[in-house]
Write a new protein. Structure first.
Length: 114
């Protein structure tokens, strides 16, 4: 009985940690939409094929493995970049890369949060 309870507690804790880490550092979807409406660049860092299969309106596609090399191209005068991907992992990586290059970036995470 004690082992069953410990297993359920461990599973619940793992799920909580996963949920929290996936949402940490992510911008609120309403804030992301507001920023884009005000002129922020909406950046999709999924693959070209994923982008071709569907993307958010107005998004620009730069796959995550090209973000560092194309950071200067992505900079807009004083405007932030709103970055997203399929699950939030690649967008987090891209956001860190762009922030390190001095860009103002917010991470939406998964495009389903839009």
């Amino acid at each position: 009985m004690l082992q069953d309870n410990a297993l359920w507690i461990a599973l619940a804790a793992a799920a909580l940690v996963f949920f929290v880490t996936q949402r940490m550092g992510k911008v609120d979807p309403a804030e992301a939409r507001r920023l884009v409406a005000e002129g922020a660049l909406l950046l999709d860092v999924r693959s070209v094929g994923e982008f071709a299969g569907g993307h958010l309106p107005g998004a620009v596609n730069v796959p995550v493995d090209q973000v560092a090399a194309r950071a200067d191209e992505l900079a807009k005068k004083g405007k932030p970049v709103v970055v997203y991907c399929a699950s939030g992992r690649r967008s987090g990586s891209a956001a860190r890369t762009l922030k390190a290059k001095g860009l103002s970036v917010v991470d939406l995470g998964s495009m389903s949060r839009w």
